[in-house]
Design a protein around this ligand. Structure first.
Ligand SMILES: Cc1cc2nc3c(=O)[nH]c(=O)nc-3n(C[C@H](O)[C@H](O)[C@H](O)COP(=O)(O)OP(=O)(O)OC[C@H]3O[C@@H](n4cnc5c(N)ncnc54)[C@H](O)[C@@H]3O)c2cc1C
Ligand code: FES
Length: 264
């Protein structure tokens, strides 16, 4: 089923901590067909400003409700944080391809999933972890410092093993989450890298490093890119990237790509 433009009622829009917010919308149409890694494009205000919609990953589905986890960073997301329960948001979704291509879902389930999240990259990975929790995912979460670690408890509550990396060493491994990934492959999974599948979302330099590690170790990787977007439906070419198989639209052909496909 393709994306729909709908008016979705805000069920709740609550601050979690610092600038991080949880948003819950009522939408049977999206909840009924969304898969992990897909996103929606939200018109954050009823006025003409800002002109462009803001993309947010689907963080979870509960019945007919769709959850999002976002950081109020700039004008668009700050306006969104001011929207109240009972109001309606103009939303297009679900958009994009998602982490697991439907025909390959069975093959993916046979692998041990390693989820690598940097910063807000946790947002779509929680939805994925819930869907594939029977495969006992290992989750690696990277943050600058302890207070910036997101969703560790939520991943644990889903039965995932969680390892933390902080740049300043205030929690877990001291260093980048990609260095932690390298350590995990050397120490915990020597010789069985091919049985792993990596799913990652986070800043571009992190994804590039994850792709490099995955390729070196011959591991399948699915990486969710966060390009700046306009239409979100493949019409404006505002999010085009070069890949080994030509130019691709992140909003339509992605946001999830195989690490082997990307040229950086
Ligand atoms: C497919 C996709 C899924 C996303 N999912 C989430 C999510 O679940 N939670 C969340 O908090 N954010 C998510 N983002 C990023 C979010 O869309 C941007 O933070 C938001 O659009 C910023 O709008 P703004 O007006 O608040 O800030 P702006 O003033 O537009 O930007 C503030 C800062 O965010 C950066 N930024 C703007 N747009 C993007 C973007 N598309 N990707 C990365 N950085 C951006 C800008 O460079 C700037 O540094 C996602 C982006 C994409 C493309
Ligand atoms: S955002 Fe318009 S084509 Fe991707």
């Amino acid at each position: 089923m393709g994306p729909k433009q709908i008016k979705a009622k805000i069920i709740s829009n609550k601050i979690f901590r610092d600038n991080y917010w949880h948003l819950e919308l009522e939408s049977k149409a999206i909840a009924g067909c969304a898969v992990p890694g897909q996103f929606v494009n939200i018109k954050v205000s009823d006025g003409i400003e800002p002109l462009l919609r803001r993309p947010l990953s689907i963080h979870g589905i509960e019945g007919s409700r769709v959850r999002f986890f976002y950081e109020a960073l700039g004008p668009g997301t700050r306006l969104l944080s001011g929207r109240n329960p009972g109001e309606f948001l103009d939303v297009i979704g679900p958009l994009g391809n998602g982490f697991v291509v439907p025909g390959k879902a069975k093959a993916a389930r046979l692998k041990v999933p390693v989820l690598v999240a940097g910063g807000m990259g946790v947002a779509p990975l929680i939805f994925l972890a819930k869907e594939i929790r029977s495969s006992k995912p290992l989750v690696l979460i990277g943050a600058r410092t302890k207070s910036k670690i997101l969703c560790a408890q939520e991943f644990k509550a889903l039965g995932c093993a969680v390892k933390i990396a902080t740049d300043d060493g205030s929690s877990g491994f001291k260093g980048r989450v990609t260095e932690l990934l390298g350590q995990v492959l050397r120490q915990d999974a020597p010789g069985c890298a091919r049985r792993l599948a990596i799913y990652a979302c986070g800043p571009r330099p992190m994804l590039k490093a994850v792709a490099g590690i995955a390729c070196e170790n011959d591991i399948d990787s699915r990486l969710s890119l966060e390009e700046h977007m306009a239409c979100g439906i493949g019409a404006c070419l505002g999010c085009v990237i070069a890949t080994k198989s030509g130019y691709k639209k992140v909003c339509k052909d992605g946001p999830v790509f195989s690490g082997k496909e990307l040229t950086w």
